[in-house]
Design a protein around this ligand. Sequence first.
Ligand code: MN
Ligand code: ZN
Length: 607
Amino acid sequence: MPLSKNAEKRIGKKIKRCQLIISREASFEFSDSPTENIIICNAGITTGLQQETILEEVLRQGVSPKEIGFPTGKSYCYLRFSSPQVAQIVYEAMNGISPLGQNGCILLMSYYLDTRNANQHEVNLSPSQLVPGLILSLDFIDEELEAKLLYAADMNDENGLEGNLKHRRVKHFGFEFLYGSNNVDKNKPMDRKIPSICNQLWEKLQQCYPELAWHIPDQLTVNRYEPGQGIPPHVDTHSAFQDPIICLSLGAAISMDFRDTKGKHLTVDLPSRSLLIMSGESRYGWTHGITPRKTDTVRLNNSLTIRKRELRVSFTFRKLQDVPCRCQYHSLCDSYKNESDVRSLHLHANATQLELDNVHKVYNEIAKHFSETRHSPWPKVNTFLSSLSPGSILLDVGCGNGKYLGLNPHIVALGCDRSNELLKVCINRDFNALECDCLVLPFRSASIDACISIAVIHHLATEQRRRQAICEIVRVLRPGGYALIYVWAKDQEANSKKSSYLRQNKLNNKPSKGTDQSLHVMIPKEDHITESILPIHTNRTQFQHQDLLVPWKLQNGKQETKKTFLRFYHVFEEHELDNLCRSVEGISIEESYYDQGNWCVLFKTKD
Ligand code: MN
Ligand code: ZN
């Protein structure tokens, strides 16, 4: 029923008001005469209008739109038709009449001129043009293989189903997908392997995408979606699975929603027997999901129509990985939510620079002061040195000021260190010492009778480097040679004996707990400022972290000012040093003990 003159006037006023509001935030060129474009001024995503609802109403008028636009976060939407005449049919039938607005409000419409360039129409773009890294391979399998795959998945077998999800049936193969953590337990492979029929998929995949030849998935999740069922928007856990994620659609087609972190929303139609490859940005930087509803809006012959959903079964193939993610999409990334992963990433990426800035440079600066505080040898180290037979060649890796080099006059003691300022102290004391990196010792293999490395290896930033330091010691030792290694212990109260380090806590002679400053601190470097993600330790307290920066306060000349230097430490857990040594071939651990706040290992190279 057409509107009365009065009603038309009243609605006209309301529309003008809406146009004014919209034109403040978007540049629509409104038109009083019909164009092929209609904006619905008072209904959109934020008023709860569904695309399907408006499409159904338009289709009821006997026409179909070429495009429906639902801008994110807006209370308006728009329709595009093939001609102004078609648009006019919808305008006259629905403007001021259809009660699809919020709380049953009537829709207010206006024509507008489309000022976009032709290439701004996203209608005919392929999935990879819409979402970078997304590949949709149509008719990837034939109906025969589809039937075989469905049979192999056996989704009607009630016993085999897992994770009784509220909204859909799932079944896992290879590894169980754990919905609590959205991860898998890599140590618990399932007895139910991926059906061998799937191997045909990888042969086809290699033919079509040779760059994915290496990609043989080891985890499969089969989802069964009845009409009305969906899956919430999510990103497959970054750190748990490699790139890409592969999804094969069986049964009926369905629309999948993709959203990026800036709110961009795109719908990709997944036809039956198509293969969806989510790689790169589409895998890491976009969420994907299926809206639970019974219909989808689909494009047919360049106009939009509604498709009823039917049973769909999807095979999602993933390949496990066990390294933290290194992507740039931090808000979607589990690795960046996990502080220790971030630290380990940071340490791996910056190991040499960190050791240079927070070990080598610092020891050079504090060498004199440090040396003055390091005079009394630890008794158990002394015992080891005294036990060496006369004429033995000793190498002290990281000898510092050389406090162990002169203890046994009957042996040949060599020292090495990275700090040339500390080496100067050694030279002044007439010791044999040279500058080198403990990761590459400048000594022949099997040329040394005994090694000590006291409080050195804990300055290396990654486990790989700490292991390498031990490998070097093992290499230079002769068969049957001995090495004594000391590293700082995380638990300074182990064996309920406080280390001298903790006893020096002058405040109350009782270590306060939980006082590592986990703040993100700014540490000035030479010519740039770097944000350190490592916690700074409060001296003379229990360690709260394994990788941290330990301050060294240095009196600045005669002035009262103190300069603080930060030394990097990896403090060891109990048994960590034993395990590290055990991972190196050709040695046997003779003794392992706790001494002076350190974990200590005495090992022997095999004869
Ligand atoms: Mn997924
Ligand atoms: Zn990531």
